[in-house]
Write a protein that binds this ligand. Structure first.
Ligand SMILES: Cc1ncc(COP(=O)(O)O)c(C=O)c1O
Length: 377
């Protein structure tokens, strides 16, 4: 049994045929439609498709003009590029330990990490559960910091009834195949800030001052074009967006199924007190369960791995939740960070398990995983 897999139907092929027949395969009309579908779901003023969430985070940092001498606060339990985006710009990623219930940045620990050099906070909505944005935004306001929401796992996620992604200054989303909907690789920058949107549009398109899809209509714009910014080529292709537009048609159904499947896990796993189930009563309503991640508190790495091995032997694929980037070779050797500095995040890396949750997963599949897990424990 796989952890997850993408859900495609004939619509992606229909759109791909239309795209290829049109001959317009770089950023163009399908990207426009993809961005519009995203804006409809997330209720933000601007959505800018890009090649990955990592690219979206990089663009967000560049648009905020984060640079050498700046510090960016990042949760200590997350995918490594939540932190790398600051480092790409020559800034320093400063880690903050996470909340034991939500696995998201612990707002109570943020202020202790703020220095005169702090410029921004990356609030990660890990596994589809929103970070606690009210206290994060209050701290950011008090200290004059920007907030970037790393929403790689959080398409469709809500915080207290509001879609995430433009609660902070900018959001960054992923359409990698382990996400609820996919374009193969792909990402999105979201924002309500017009000036930041203009900057991101330029930076993803070589730093040009003209929108990308006008460029190949005639030769005029290139010749008049100004390049005010040191930009990149981080544009999503229309081929990928053609797939993405069809994927958006399935989003509601896929998310409803993920929530229902998570509820089954929740119920079945309640019988064993060794298992910490995901979420937090206060915030779980808007959870989209990109991953269903449990913790085995006190188990440590060896016993957690032994439980995963039992599942693997029954052909059930699992993964650790995510990582503690502060203990990675890059950050540990650059800043001397270690597991002792982020005890919870470092422990979560060794005590979490992502269980299978895939489109079409049946109740009997959940039962099979739960039986295997409960007997392994
Ligand atoms: C929290 C988080 N941020 C960023 C990323 C990077 O996303 P992408 O693979 O689209 O670059 C991921 C990937 O899973 C992630 O989980």
């Amino acid at each position: 049994m796989k952890l997850t897999f993408p859900c495609f139907s004939g619509d992606e092929i229909t759109n791909l045929r239309e795209c290829l027949n049109s001959g317009h395969v770089t950023q163009g009309p399908f990207v426009d439609r993809f961005e519009q579908r995203f804006r409809d779901v997330h209720g933000c003023a601007h959505a800018l498709a890009t090649t990955s969430c990592t690219a979206a985070l990089h663009l967000a940092m560049a648009a905020l003009e984060v640079g050498p001498g700046d510090e960016v606060l990042v949760p200590a339990f997350t995918w490594i590029t939540s932190a790398h985006c600051a480092e790409y710009m020559g800034a320093k990623a400063v880690f903050v330990d996470v909340d034991p219930t939500t696995f998201n940045i612990d707002p109570a620990k943020i202020e202790a990490a703020i220095t005169p050099n702090t410029k921004a906070i990356v609030a990660v909505h890990l596994f589809g559960l929103s970070a606690d944005m009210d206290p994060i935004m209050a701290i950011a306001k008090k200290h004059g910091l920007a907030v970037v929401e790393d929403a790689a796992c959080a398409i469709g996620t809500h915080y207290k009834g509001q879609p995430i992604g433009a609660i902070g200054d900018l959001g960054a989303f992923s359409f990698h195949p382990r996400k609820a909907i996919t374009t193969g690789e792909g990402g999105m920058v979201s924002t309500n800030d017009e000036a930041l949107a203009v900057k991101v549009a330029s930076l993803r398109n070589h730093g040009a001052s003209v929108e990308a899809h006008y460029l190949d209509e005639d030769l005029g714009p290139w010749s008049m074009n100004a390049f005010p910014n040191l930009g990149f080529n981080l544009r999503l292709s229309d081929i990928q967006a053609a797939v993405g537009v069809a994927q958006f048609d399935k989003l509601d159904a896929l998310l409803a199924h993920r929530r229902a499947t998570a509820a089954l896990y929740h119920e079945r796993l309640a019988v064993n007190g060794d298992i910490q189930r995901p979420g937090s009563a206060a915030l779980s309503e808007g959870h989209t369960y990109q991953s269903y991640v449990i913790r085995l508190p006190g188990f440590g790495r060896a016993r957690r791995n032994a439980a995963m091995a039992v599942l693997r032997d029954q052909d059930i694929m699992t993964r650790p939740g995510t990582h503690c980037p502060a203990v990675s070779t890059y950050y540990a050797s650059k800043y001397g960070t270690s597991a002792q500095d982020f005890p919870l995040a470092a422990t979560l890396e060794h005590e979490t398990i992502t269980l299978p949750l895939f489109p079409g997963m049946r109740e009997s599949d959940v039962d099979q995983v739960c039986r295997a897990l409960l007997s392994a424990l």
